[in-house]
Design a protein around this ligand. Structure first.
Ligand code: MRU
Length: 353
């Protein structure tokens, strides 16, 4: 029998073998394959190729990656250890540009080293392992709390639309936008979830549909261009999406297509909720314009998931992986510390305190 994806750990540490274990998400839903990787180049590739993806999961993978690369550093001299460690962290940070959790997690790891100058290198490595495990464990707790707050915004029987995958596969456990759905299911709520397929990499079709169905949730997959039609029929009572970076003013950057969904939800008067841990809030980004949007290879649009290429050779392709939803379109931002409503500049600053 196929393994239930909800019983698999998205990201884990095999400390004995010195390896990072991840479910290879590029193989889902067809195969549940667990990759065991140790070299920083492999970890970089796993993140950039979306074998592990979703903002919080990227942060957890990078934290374990930072620990594993630290573990392999031979030097006992603090200065040279720190230099090599920093160089590895900078390298891992170059794997993807948009999700702030990547930089947030690596900064946390780096602070462990910068604050331990008087300790032997061996002890610093232990502290790094503990910090990476803490980042993973905290993420599961944070997601559960987001789930509780999110659940207070929806009702039994609601139709909920979501985009991309902001579920357990994107985090240590539960997910962000899918956490209220998983918690609701645990408590006997009967939601109807509409998962947008999420072109071009189909995280909605491949991952969200699998995750929700394995959890026993009533799931309907739609193409991204069917959103308006489904909303118009009155089948959707709220939209829940995840987020890669929330700017200080409340603009939210998430998977490409999210802003279109928000515009349509606004048109039809459907509440639009962004679910994001506070580690996703970047107070250094004043607004969405300060967020770097990843652009990915054209082949993802023209041929990646097709048996045959679907576009004429040489066609120009624009393939941004994310877009920014302006704060005016967001009904509320659901964090682990509570629900933030407009004005976001004030609410986010308060919640971060
Ligand atoms: O390119 P991806 O698959 O990493 O994009 C993921 C998303 O856009 C998610 O919605 C976001 O990271 C939040 S995950 C809890």
């Amino acid at each position: 029998m196929a393994r239930n994806i909800m019983s698999c750990e998205t990201v884990a540490l095999d400390d004995e073998r010195g390896a990072l274990l991840i479910i290879d998400q590029t193989k889902l839903p067809g195969r549940v394959e667990v990759l065991s990787i140790s070299e920083r180049e492999e970890i970089h590739r796993a993140i950039s190729s979306l074998q592990v993806r979703g903002a919080p999961a990227i942060g957890v993978a990078a934290a374990f990656g930072a620990y594993l690369t630290a573990r392999a550093i031979q030097s006992d001299d603090y200065g040279s250890f720190y230099e090599k460690f920093k160089e590895s962290c900078d390298y891992l940070a170059s794997s993807r540009p948009t999700a702030v959790n990547l930089f947030w997690a690596l900064n946390r790891m780096e602070r462990v080293v910068s604050g331990s100058e008087c300790l032997p290198v061996g002890e610093i490595k232990v502290l790094l392992r503990d910090e990476a495990i803490r980042i993973r464990d905290e993420d599961a707790e944070v997601c559960r709390a987001i789930g509780e707050y999110g659940l207070s915004l929806v009702r039994d029987g609601d139709g909920i639309m979501t985009h991309c995958n902001a579920g357990q596969l994107a985090t240590a456990k539960y997910g962000t936008a899918l956490a209220p759905i998983h918690l609701g299911r645990e408590r006997g709520f009967g939601f109807r979830v509409y998962a947008c397929e999420t072109r071009p990499l189909l995280q909605g079709a491949r991952l969200t549909a699998l995750e929700l169905m394995d959890d026993g949730v009533d799931t309907t997959l739609i193409c991204d261009n069917m959103v308006s039609s489904v909303m118009k029929r009155g089948w959707v009572q709220s939209v829940l999406v995840g987020c890669d970076r929330v700017a200080a003013n409340g603009d939210a950057c998430n998977k490409i297509g999210t802003s279109g969904l928000a515009i349509m939800a606004y048109h039809y008067g459907i509440p639009f909720y962004v679910c994001a841990p506070t580690s996703t809030v970047d107070m250094d980004a004043r607004d969405g314009g300060d967020i770097r949007i990843e652009e990915r290879p054209p082949e993802e649009v023209t041929e990646l998931w097709y048996a045959e290429r679907m576009a004429p050779p040489g066609v120009k392709v624009y393939n941004p992986a994310f877009d920014v939803t302006e704060r005016d379109l967001i009904t509320a931002i659901v964090t682990e510390h509570g629900i933030v409503r407009p004005p976001y500049s004030k609410g986010l600053a308060e919640i971060l305190e």
